[in-house]
Design a protein around this ligand. Structure first.
Ligand SMILES: Cc1cc2nc3c(=O)[nH]c(=O)nc-3n(C[C@H](O)[C@H](O)[C@H](O)COP(=O)(O)OP(=O)(O)OC[C@H]3O[C@@H](n4cnc5c(N)ncnc54)[C@H](O)[C@@H]3O)c2cc1C
Length: 416
């Protein structure tokens, strides 16, 4: 196994890293206690008012900055943008240790900024764009959202209709985005827009870095069934930005979007703890005296097995990564397994709680209600289950491709 960063740490080196990181964490955070839903966040989305959510984001960014400044925030990034130049093994070791401490947790927008948009800008950005954004995104100084999906272009992302028209040294953008996670708190957006309607859909797209305070950008948060407003509609009316904010070449937007989506699918495994799992379910079942019920035992066993299988998959992917193999379509298997796993957790919680799921306002119970209402979102986010199955069928199993009537047809001539 060869590390992309140039060498695998020896067990002794890794143990020394763990010791140092553990000591640093102990000096900057309190150890986590308990494993019940009362102590560990199992809600999938936040259910907060705008001010409370802004405060939470601030705390998460402050923690990100503290880690970054101590060398733990961008462990496997090269040093030129403030990374530590270490390996994914160090990153995993740190994440494992960090889980043992009570830290401000996660937010979709910080994950999108750090894991999706920073590496996309690093790959496609000009020197000035990288200078302006990569380090601030990694350090939690700036936040960026993903402005891809539209009301009529989600699974069929290449069909986006938002238009960017060249006007001298600027672009004028008109259209609407939707489902934009955290857009109400983001300073920047990675935007995919149509710059050439006369060529087939994938070829006429261009990516931009959009400052969200540009005149003509209107962000409207959407309320979801789990209570909070994690995503927004974003309306773009005569939004004018300089060509220096174009990300990648004109017509290269599909490649930029696929790169970001690749980071998104690869990142799903890193969210393994989102919404809790076996430990929290078991603690809830024990607290409510439900562990003798054979159906509850079966549901708990299923979740346990799925978690073990997912852990093995993580090990396997790690070996591939060190061998220099790109994850490719297998990330669709991982994304699907992850969203199915969340559903198993939801089903087990519903079985353990029975009627309490809808009638009990005890905090430890209500969080499971929020889990059950939030988990279906991840069967859609980052490419729906059906789309993952299509990818697996076509690209892994070699099944005949779906019929596609719009191949080689100029975007403007596709019936809508
Ligand atoms: C929690 C969450 C966060 C998100 N965050 C963002 C974000 O930050 N930025 C962003 O741009 N977008 C975001 N999205 C949007 C997400 O990428 C889209 O919702 C997703 O791609 C599906 O698109 P759609 O909603 O338009 O559904 P559609 O594409 O309209 O699909 C509707 C249904 O039809 C099925 N379907 C569609 N096409 C096919 C096909 N060819 N074969 C079989 N079934 C099909 C789908 O699986 C789905 O069940 C987010 C979504 C969620 C749920």
């Amino acid at each position: 196994m060869e590390s992309p960063q140039g060498g695998i740490p020896t067990p002794t080196e890794l143990a020394a890293f763990r010791d140092a990181a553990g000591a640093w964490l102990a000096g900057h955070a309190q150890p986590r206690t308990g494993s019940d839903a009362r102590d560990v966040e199992v809600a999938v989305f936040h259910d907060l008012g705008a001010d409370e959510e802004r405060t939470l984001l601030q705390r998460i960014c402050d923690w990100q900055r503290t880690k970054f400044d101590a060398g733990y925030g961008a462990l496997s990034w090269p040093a030129d943008h403030g990374g530590a130049g270490l390996t994914p093994l160090h990153e995993e070791a740190f994440a494992e240790l960090e889980r043992q401490f009570d830290t401000p947790g996660q937010h979709e927008l910080t994950s999108v900024s750090v894991a999706l948009i920073a590496p996309t800008v690093q790959r496609f950005g000009t020197e000035a764009q990288r200078e302006r954004l990569v380090r601030p995104l990694l350090r939690g100084d700036d936040l960026a959202c993903q402005l891809f999906s539209e009301p009529a272009a989600g699974s069929d992302l290449a069909g986006v209709a938002t238009r960017a028209t060249r006007d001298g040294d600027a672009w004028v953008i008109n259209g609407q985005k939707v489902w934009s996670s955290g857009a109400q708190f983001a300073g920047w957006g990675e935007l995919i827009a149509r710059t050439d309607p006369d060529v087939p859909k994938h070829r006429g797209l261009t990516a931009f870095l959009l400052p969200m305070d540009t005149p003509g950008v209107e962000v409207r948060p959407l309320r979801q069934m789990s209570g909070g407003s994690s995503f927004c509609e974003v309306f773009l009316e005569d939004v004018r930005i300089p060509d220096s904010l174009r990300l990648g070449e004109v017509g290269e937007g599909w490649r930029v979007a696929l790169t970001t989506l690749g980071f998104e699918r690869g990142h799903s495994g890193a969210n393994a703890d989102l919404g809790g799992g076996y430990r929290q379910l078991l603690a809830t079942a024990r607290r409510l005296g439900r562990t003798a019920d054979p159906d509850v035992r079966r549901a708990l066993a299923e979740v346990w097995v799925e978690e073990r299988v997912a852990a093995l998959a993580v090990l396997r992917d790690r070996e591939d990564r060190f061998a220099g193999t790109e994850p490719g379509p297998v990330s669709s298997v991982r994304k699907l397994a992850w969203s199915e796993g969340m559903k198993s957790v939801s089903d087990a919680a519903a079985l353990i709680l029975g009627d309490r799921l809808v009638a009990d306002s005890d905090e430890g119970v209500y969080q499971w209600t929020e889990h059950v209402l939030g988990a279906p979102g991840y069967r859609i986010a980052g490419g729906s289950d059906e789309i993952q199955r299509t990818i697996i069928g076509e690209r892994l199993l070699g099944l005949p491709p779906e019929p596609r009537g719009d191949r080689d047809v100029p975007w403007k001539d596709i019936p809508r």
